[in-house]
Design a protein around this ligand. Sequence first.
Ligand SMILES: NC(=O)c1ccc[n+]([C@@H]2O[C@H](COP(=O)([O-])OP(=O)(O)OC[C@H]3O[C@@H](n4cnc5c(N)ncnc54)[C@H](O)[C@@H]3O)[C@@H](O)[C@H]2O)c1
Ligand SMILES: [Zn+2]
Length: 365
Amino acid sequence: VIQVQPAGGRAYPVIAGAGVLAHLPELIPPACPHVVLIADDQVARVHGDRARELLAARTRVSLVTFPAGEVHKTRATKEKLEDRLFAEQVGRDGLVVALGGGVTTDLAGFVAATYQRGVPWVAVPTTLLAAVDASVGGKVGVDTPWGKNLIGSIHHPLAVCIDVDLFQTLAGSEVHNGLAEMLKHAVIADPGYFDALLHAAHDLIQLTPAACLSAVVRSVEIKSEVVSADPLERDLRQVLNFGHTIGHAIELLSDFAISHGRAVAIGMSVEAAIACQLQLLSAADLSRLRTALRALGLPVSPPVAMVAGAILQATARDKKGRQGRPRYVLPRRIGEMSTGPAGYAREVSDAVVIAALHEAQACSA
Ligand SMILES: NC(=O)c1ccc[n+]([C@@H]2O[C@H](COP(=O)([O-])OP(=O)(O)OC[C@H]3O[C@@H](n4cnc5c(N)ncnc54)[C@H](O)[C@@H]3O)[C@@H](O)[C@H]2O)c1
Ligand SMILES: [Zn+2]
């Protein structure tokens, strides 16, 4: 059990382990008359019945599903879910349980944030990414045609229940999304965790529950420490964007054919090369990072067909940018990010970014 302490809010537990789904009912307040279990149809098929049966031993349960996929993380889906809650006569004393990946925790958490001015919710992340990233920090929301996550709120769950056994049914491509964020947590905060990830790489790719558990626990600790130290995203929290300035640009340019995790992996490789160019990071640490990325089955080079200038241009659309200038958070060694005069995020000259992109493109072999 890890206690997460949101600034100005009530601390809540994250329980993680193999088989802990069995304890889900204990996380529901005894007086709660009605639980709405929200899952996408894919997750509902593999884990929905078990979760519903467990909860049904405690209270009344309605299972409500929506079609799987990021394209359904929308205001329209939220409205449909809300209509289902009204049809099921869920009152203000109801509770939402989100069972699924980050799409489900973001969407169901946002439904809980506004339904009858807000009802409590419990997150049961079923992807590595949702466990180490989406379920910590309290951000909930939906996408719009104008961009991702542009409508949303902060609504912390009552509790988070991470059963590493549920990851067994994940597709391989989903695993990489989680591994990239885990390695990011290690690079920004903990060299020991970095070594542990490297040594456990094979077991992690195989989703061995014990390996997943120790990594998930360390990642949740790191993300929650960073988030509670800087709830308003003034400075420190930006370290969580390591790999994401270049990563988002690559995701965008590929038209999302390159998954978030793989794009962030390439982003970390390029941004570490930027840190190297600026003599913030040693060449040895850059090469250790790439060794770890490769060990985790992640890419280190932008696709050769992507022109460096086009990637650079796409970074200008990054949300951290001030007046269209993208900003970077850069490591000074494995386990520690560098700070400059303006804090963790800094602007980098186009020439340095281009040089780093070329260096990373050339290192593929
Ligand atoms: N709130 C935050 O702070 C935060 C942080 C990071 C990411 N996110 C959001 O998370 C989303 C991505 O999350 P994701 O990668 O988990 O995507 P996802 O929820 O779409 O899950 C990926 C796919 O895996 C399936 N799936 C999930 N768990 C499964 C299981 N155990 N077995 C079999 N199949 C399973 C789902 O049905 C889906 O098709 C994005 O929308 C992103 O914006 C939010
Ligand atoms: Zn990310």
